[in-house]
Design a protein around this ligand. Structure first.
Ligand code: ACO
Length: 317
């Protein structure tokens, strides 16, 4: 499998740290020094589906692939536009594709899970060309009165078109059940039969525990993938890490003894966009001409589950 093109879309509305101080007991100083975040984009006029469609269309254009030539659409999202149908089916209709489409939820690691899933479909010859869209609107299920979570997140969508080729070198998926430290609940129905129903609960996160898990597992996943490929960390050109906290990116970088330039970041502008963060960053680098043919790219993401995903690939565009 190889990547044929990338796309992304962010909401128009920019919310900077000072804007949050109008209704939260927080400060630009706390948020920027603890996380690296200076501003984030949040849905206001547009919908999550608008972002997903825009990212999809940008990726198709970049890949020079027509929507009718897609064999599958995968959308990764922690919470799509609706409980049902799948956001992937909505994207299919909007872009004029005719292929199977489904959603996949692996929280912030979703894009890496989708890359591996797409690779399996392509390797088994069940599909040749697949669109992956990672679209997230955490602003919709954060508690905007909880300063320990809402300041961290932003909305956005990133997309790639993948096809047959020899770009993907390896992947690693991992999950370790730990619901109490990162969750959000909510079903709109009112079944009279279900005895223990979770009340609507916005996103809850035990930040420090997630932090420790992220640093140790992201470093471990990356080192394992690089070693499995017979490479060393020095041979990797770009490390694209989930943009959850700049301190996590820095901690992983130190563990791998790598220079800052190899760990690009956009968290200062986007906040944590969950599974969309790695493909948005990839698209920004691609469009800025920072990826050269043959470059080795290592990706890693972690999130609720807890789950992690990593991939090593050679840039073939
Ligand atoms: N503004 C001001 N003060 C704050 C804020 C805020 N926005 N948030 C918390 N504080 C306070 C706390 O109340 C606490 O005060 P206290 O010492 O008086 O009790 C103090 O700051 C320190 O809080 P900590 O939680 O210890 O701060 P920490 O340095 O651990 O940073 C953070 C918190 C940023 C959440 C960090 O732990 C982190 O990044 N964790 C990982 C998050 C992550 O990666 N999530 C990814 C998955 S998300 C997903 O899957 C949906």
């Amino acid at each position: 499998m190889k990547i044929l093109g990338t796309g992304s879309a962010l909401p128009e509305k920019v919310v900077c740290n000072d804007d949050l101080t109008l209704f939260l007991d927080t400060s630009d100083e706390w948020i920027s020094t603890r996380t690296g975040i200076r501003e984030r984009r949040v849905l206001s006029e547009e919908t999550l589906l608008d972002l997903a469609n825009r990212a999809a269309e940008n990726a198709l254009e970049n890949a020079k692939v027509a929507a009718e030539d897609l064999d599958m659409i995968l959308v990764t999202t922690a919470k799509g536009e609706a409980v049902t149908p799948a956001t992937a089916c909505m994207v299919q209709g909007a872009i004029g594709a005719h292929c199977p489409a489904f959603d996949l939820n692996a929280a912030c690691a979703g894009f890496l899970y989708a890359l591996d899933t797409a690779d399996a479909f392509i390797a088994s010859k069940k599909a040749k060309t697949i669109l992956i869209v990672s679209a997230e609107a955490l602003s919709r299920f954060c508690d905007w009165k909880d300063r320990s979570t809402c300041v961290l997140f932003g909305d956005g969508a990133g997309a790639v078109v993948v096809g047959e080729g020899d770009g993907l070198i390896g992947t690693k998926l991992f999950a370790q059940s730990n619901e109490p430290i990162l969750y959000a609940y909510g079903d709109p129905g009112n079944s009279p039969y279900e005895r223990e129903k979770h009340p609507l609960t916005p996103l809850h996160m035990a930040g420090q525990e997630v932090y420790k898990f992220a640093v140790s597992h992201s470093s471990r996943d990356l080192l394992e993938l690089i070693e499995r490929a017979g490479k060393t960390p020095d041979e990797i050109d770009h490390y694209l890490l989930h943009q959850a906290n700049l301190r996590i990116v820095e901690a992983v970088r130190h563990r791998l003894h790598q220079p800052e330039a190899k760990f690009p970041h956009n968290i200062e502008r986007t906040g944590n966009t969950s599974s969309a963060s790695v493909p948005i960053l990839l698209d920004e680098l691609n469009r800025a001409g920072k990826l050269k043919t043959g470059d080795l790219i290592a990706m890693s993401a972690f999130g609720a589950g807890l789950s992690t995903g990593a991939a090593l690939l050679r840039w073939t565009l």
